[in-house]
Design a protein around this ligand. Structure first.
Ligand SMILES: [Zn+2]
Length: 612
């Protein structure tokens, strides 16, 4: 459904001629005039025929959001076929229009509906304030990522699995205020979380990492140099992680033709909100790299000797048409970057082995970011019955209790998956890594391999994001600083800190020495900058703290004389006299085996742009 909302001073219309598909109307409907109306121009589309009720539901939500903002006196539904080139049948269109009218009236709104299928003249006066014109594409699908929030007719069972022992999730004795308890209650829909904006939103702006871009659609961010650096470091980190484990990097298109049956079926099954582009074709922006990877492998010649075959892509970007009201900061976006690996396995046994390895890889990323993940292991009842021991053994790799969800039947393309979530400051999960066993897509996308008996077979496919989206990794890191604010100074891991060492000269005559030290530090692949601004030392030290710089060196006459440097170490709040080599060694050891990139900003603070 395509919708154009206009907040108007008035709307007048007059019916002229009937088209062959016109609805019958009474005289009072032949013309009309409405003052202070929110006019909803809409075109019902082919796609909407599948789930009329779902579409109406989402339409009502959109109208509700708009009326909350602009407070119109009435709502006028105006069928306007010109909004779409893929119209539904007239019968369904009228049905949907009537449903929408009744639903709005039932909610106590004053609502009128302009006749369908007539040539009409109309006149509208748009109020012209920033919220007075909004266009929308509305789908029927109404579930959030990975099925959380989905209404269940046949609900799942939830347990806590600890060292091979199962306890009903409702009866488990959780450690007080543990993340596991918060996550379990969230899954069960019994938890309480605080309201409001998660603290990372303020931090991402304050630290000049990223900000909203009002000239784009909601949920698309602009990234400043420091944020871009962190993104690139994380991208390199995942690249190394998966390539070391045998994945082959590829890159594939961001949009796909919905006329392709396999793609539209998979998209439907995935249940995500599709982000569409209407040109001469109906295109969908990808929600992950699945299609691209599947098509590469479908066109390849594979034998059992190639398997498991792994391909990896960093999706800059992936797209989900999240609800406007749910889009927030780095946590829920309409455009995001997902590291996405697909493993093509010969059979279920090979996929289980590979799955276990990937669970270890996902868990490792939490360790590398120093972020606590809680784990939900999900499987269909059939899969669980057949692979119970394997599930118990795999859960043991986590070394702590995990949530186990048993689904009565398969609703998605997967039969088993493991989701890792960090908890945010408000007590809600940030869904990060995931591994999934897909038993459908091999066949659907025509991917085959030759088995040892020279016969063609469909592979089992694993979907894995070892970290979750890059944005959510940064989200978790920032939320963690807010959660721990009373215990430690907020900072990013040293290897992700935009400035790793800052040199502060006391006076102008110390700048040259500060630069010499900085040269030597930079030579060792450490990001260093020099606060050469004409400010008091106290202020520069406070600035370094605001910038979360892990190591700060103040240099004056004494340091020039002795070459012993006074260092403030943020993590331990220590002040220490150290030689330059020692500092360099300490920073390098904190970033060992992690990617490095050079400082993406002018080294002298006096030359920097203030982006905010
Ligand atoms: Zn995938």
């Amino acid at each position: 459904m395509r919708v154009l909302l206009i907040h108007s001073d008035y709307l007048k219309y007059k019916t002229k001629n009937k088209t062959p598909i016109a609805e019958e109307i009474t005289i009072d409907k032949e013309e009309g005039e409405f003052n202070e109306a929110l006019v909803v121009f809409l075109a019902v589309e082919k796609e909407d025929e599948k789930h009329p009720a779902g579409v109406v539901n989402n339409l009502i939500n959109e109208i509700k959001t708009a009326t909350d903002q602009v407070n119109p006196e009435r709502i006028v539904i105006y069928p306007y076929a010109h909004l779409s080139s893929s119209l539904s049948s007239p019968k369904i269109a009228i049905e949907i229009l009537k449903m929408a009218e009744n639903e709005l009236a039932a909610r106590g709104m004053e609502v009128s509906r302009v006749p369908f299928g007539w040539y009409k003249s109309f006149e509208i006066s748009c109020k012209g304030h920033p919220l007075s014109e909004l266009s929308r594409s509305i789908d029927a699908v109404d579930i959030t990522a990975d099925g959380i929030g989905e209404e269940e007719k046949n609900p799942s069972k939830f347990y806590i699995l600890n060292d091979g022992e199962l306890t009903d999730a409702d009866n488990y004795r959780y450690e007080k205020k543990s993340d596991l308890e918060k996550l379990a209650k969230y899954e069960l829909g019994t938890g309480k979380s605080k309201d409001g904006e998660p603290p990372h939103v303020k931090l991402m702006k304050e630290k000049e990492l990223a900000d909203y871009e009002s000239a784009a659609d909601v949920g698309h961010l602009k990234w400043y140099p420091k944020g871009r650096l962190i993104r690139d470091l994380l991208a390199d980190y995942v690249y190394d992680l998966v390539v070391e484990r045998g994945a082959m990097p590829i890159e594939t298109p961001v949009m796909y033709d919905l006329d392709n049956k396999a793609i539209s079926e998979h998209a439907e099954k995935f249940g995500e909100r599709q982000y569409k582009i209407h040109t001469k074709k109906e295109l969908m922006l990808r929600f992950a790299c699945c299609f691209g990877a599947f098509r590469v492998l479908a066109d390849s010649f594979l034998t059992w000797k190639n398997l498991p075959a792994k391909v990896y892509e960093l999706s800059t970007y992936s797209f989900r048409f999240e609800k406007r009201g749910e889009v927030v900061g780095l946590k829920r976006l309409r455009g995001f970057t997902m590291p996405d690996m697909h493993s093509f396995c010969a059979n279920i046994d090979q996929s289980l082995l590979e799955f276990s390895n990937q669970v270890e890889m996902c868990f490792q990323t939490g360790h590398d970011f120093d972020v606590n993940y809680e784990v939900i292991f999900r499987a269909t009842e059939d899969f669980y019955a057949e692979n119970k021991q394997w599930m118990f053994d795999t859960a043991k790799k986590i070394n702590k209790p995990v949530i186990l969800e048993i689904l009565p039947e398969r609703k998605h393309y997967w039969v088993c998956k493991m989701d890792f979530a960090a908890m945010d400051f408000l007590g809600r999960p940030i869904e990060n890594p995931t591994v999934q066993i897909d038993v459908e897509s091999g066949k659907r996308f025509g991917i085959t391999y030759i088995n040892p008996d020279e016969k063609e077979e469909y592979p089992i496919i694993l979907h894995c994001s070892p970290t979750g989206s890059i944005e959510r990794v940064i989200c978790s890191l920032l939320e963690k600083t807010a959660i721990e604010i009373n215990e430690k100074s907020p900072m990013l891991p040293v290897w992700l800190s935009p400035t790793q060492i800052r040199v502060i000269p006391i006076g102008e005559n110390h700048i040259e020495y500060a630069n010499e030290i900085a040269d030597e530090i930079a030579f060792n692949n450490i990001r260093v900058d020099v606060d050469d601004r004409d400010e008091r030392v106290g202020k520069k030290i406070r600035n370094a703290a605001t910038d979360w710089v892990p190591y700060t060196i103040v240099v004056g006459d004494k340091e020039i004389e002795t070459n012993i440097l006074n260092v403030t170490i943020r993590e331990t709040k220590e002040k220490k006299d150290m030689e330059l080599d020692e500092i360099v060694y300490q920073v390098l050891s904190k970033s060992m085996e992690k990617p490095f990139k050079k400082l993406p900003l002018p080294r002298n603070l006096s030359e920097r742009i203030n982006f905010q």
